[in-house]
Design a protein around this ligand. Structure first.
Ligand SMILES: Cc1cc2nc3c(=O)[nH]c(=O)nc-3n(C[C@H](O)[C@H](O)[C@H](O)COP(=O)(O)OP(=O)(O)OC[C@H]3O[C@@H](n4cnc5c(N)ncnc54)[C@H](O)[C@@H]3O)c2cc1C
Length: 260
């Protein structure tokens, strides 16, 4: 069972700041961590390989300092790590990022599952894993809270609002991990020291047959026109009083507005 984990290094803050001039995320001066959902993906991958054998390969597309996050993933039990780093890839949007990662995954080859986090804490779009599945023509299961391998299929529990559903897909498949999937392990000193000694290859665009015209700022179709925090003030009114009367009043108002 060979599992590839796509992992992103994100700023260690829930207060992501946007540069008002460039409309990009401010990363300077903010310490970085492994995207928390990606830790769940790594944990799930390591557990699968502990049970079925095989190897876990972690890949990230990012600047050279993303190597630190890869070492943390190695300390958690990943067998190999790859840094995909090239100036031509900088400023890629979600479509371009999915394309770039899928090219690198093709180069890795021989995999049964691709695990991702359900979304990144900074970009927050949850678009990259479905993009990878589309690029590679693979089935996908999102918001996974549990999984088991049954023959050549993966059976996963998907978290929905207030319930979950069980979905089966043939492998290889792309899965995205929810935080309820597991408790990521905290590696001991021995694992951390061993991870420091591991070789981490750096792949560039040319080495992965990536068309640079399809990535980076120029190759990204998304244009951020404006960013703003949505207002928390809601327009509307409270209908007070007896619930039965309130319900009748609500229906009358909705009917007057031609909504029912
Ligand atoms: C014009 C433009 C310019 C941008 N420039 C940059 C930039 O310079 N630097 C930057 O970091 N972002 C940049 N972004 C944001 C960029 O779109 C996202 O960071 C990136 O594509 C991932 O999207 P996301 O963060 O929403 O990830 P999501 O789709 O929410 O991530 C879900 C999962 O996908 C996987 N994943 C996502 N990104 C990566 C990755 N890079 N490597 C491995 N796995 C990954 C992880 O498993 C993650 O948990 C830019 C966006 C736009 C529109």
């Amino acid at each position: 069972m060979n599992v590839i984990v796509c992992m992103k290094q994100v700023p260690d803050t829930s207060e992501v700041r946007i540069d008002p001039e460039t409309n990009t995320i401010v990363r300077e001066g903010v310490p970085s961590i492994i995207n928390p959902f990606d830790e769940n993906a790594i944990e799930a991958a390591v557990q699968l390989v502990e049970e079925h054998g095989g190897k876990v390969t972690v890949i990230t597309m990012g600047p050279p300092q993303a190597e630190q996050a890869l070492r943390e993933a190695l300390a958690m039990g990943a067998d190999e790590a790859i840094l995909l780093s090239d100036r031509a890839l900088a400023a890629s949007d979600t479509l371009a990022t999915s394309y770039v990662l899928s090219c690198a995954i093709r180069r890795i080859g021989d995999y049964d599952l691709i695990l991702c986090g359900k979304q990144a804490f900074d970009g927050d779009t949850a678009q990259v894993p479905p993009g990878i599945a589309e690029q590679l023509g693979l089935p996908q299961i999102t918001y996974v809270i549990g999984l088991e391998v049954v023959g050549d299929k993966v059976r996963a529990r998907r978290l929905l609002e207030g319930r979950y559903e069980v979905v089966e897909a043939r492998m290889p498949a792309v899965l995205t991990a929810d935080k309820h999937m597991n408790e990521p392990r905290r590696p001991g000193l021995k694992s951390v020291l061993a991870a420091k000694k591991k070789e981490i290859p750096v792949w560039d665009a040319a080495g992965c047959d990536i068309q640079v015209s399809s990535c980076g700022l120029e190759g990204s179709p998304t244009r951020v026109i404006r960013t703003f925090a949505p207002s928390h003030e809601h327009e509307g009114e409270m209908i007070e009083g007896d619930p039965r009367d309130a319900a009748c009043q609500l229906v009358e108002k909705l009917a007057a507005a031609k909504l029912v």
